[in-house]
Design a protein around this ligand. Structure first.
Ligand code: ZN
Length: 256
């Protein structure tokens, strides 16, 4: 089977566009010609991303080059809940800096936001098949809504879920935390170890956030990971990887 590298760029919105452009350009120079772009429909309530025509034109151009548009949350901001447990508080406030928007949404609200996002994208002729929750935190009810809204796949930190086929592919994503110096130091060590553990996995996943490019040591490691990965892997998007994987599975079952 073809070994693959899927690079996903998180938090794509008009507010992060300048950084994302630099990331996309530099990755292309390294040979990552396609990425999965995780677009937030209304990042931090700053306004509809696709309502920004220049942003939309830029997305269309990227899609034309082979990049994939994925829906990533709706506001990428979690409203505080009444009566949440200490564990929930820890997860959503400390771990994700209150960005775990789809962590504990109920089914109805999750479905409403997903359908709203789908309508906004479809109105501009974008038809994403993937939904990825902010910080990969997707609660059980929200996950059910993702399935019912017709998304083909979702991902978590540890796996890619092919919702259409009911299959799960385990591959932990490399991802960096840049919020403080100690997190950056830990991130570098952790991702170095994780990368070496994933050498035999047919799928390598690398999640990039816009601030990553501002931290020299982090960005240097990301470039090194990409260079090393592309020696024997091909850059894919989640969508293209799943399509290829489904056909491989089909061929295998035909042989058997
Ligand atoms: Zn995000």
């Amino acid at each position: 089977m073809q070994r693959s590298l899927v690079v996903s760029i998180h938090d794509v919105a008009p507010a992060t566009r300048a950084r994302v452009e630099r990331i996309v350009t530099q990755l292309a120079q390294s040979g990552v010609v396609r990425c999965s772009l995780l677009v937030v429909p209304d990042y931090h309530h700053l306004g509809s991303s696709l309502g920004d025509e220049r942003f939309t034109a830029w997305l269309r151009e990227l899609e034309g080059k082979g990049h994939e548009i994925v829906i990533h949350g709706f506001y990428h901001q979690r409203s505080p809940r009444v009566g949440q447990s200490a564990r929930q508080k820890l997860l959503t406030s400390v771990y994700t800096a209150d960005e775990g928007e789809f962590f504990d949404l109920d089914y109805e609200e999750a479905l409403r936001l997903l359908r709203k996002a789908q309508r906004e994208f479809a109105a501009r002729d974008f038809h994403p098949v993937g939904f990825i929750a902010p910080a990969w935190l997707l609660g059980a009810e929200a996950r059910r809504a993702v399935v019912d809204a017709g998304f083909r796949y979702t991902t978590t930190l540890r796996a890619v879920s092919d919702l259409a086929a009911g299959a799960e592919f385990v591959s932990q994503s490399l991802v960096y935390s840049t919020r403080s110096k100690w997190r950056r130091v830990l991130s570098l060590g952790w991702n170095r170890t994780l990368f070496s553990c994933l050498t035999t996995n047919p799928l390598l996943r690398l999640g990039i956030h816009p601030p990553d490019i501002e931290h020299q040591a982090i960005w240097r490691q990301i470039r090194a990971v990409v260079d090393a990965a592309l020696r024997d892997r091909r850059a894919a998007t989640y969508r293209s990887w799943l399509a290829e994987h489904a056909s491989t599975r089909h061929e295998t079952s035909n042989i058997l």
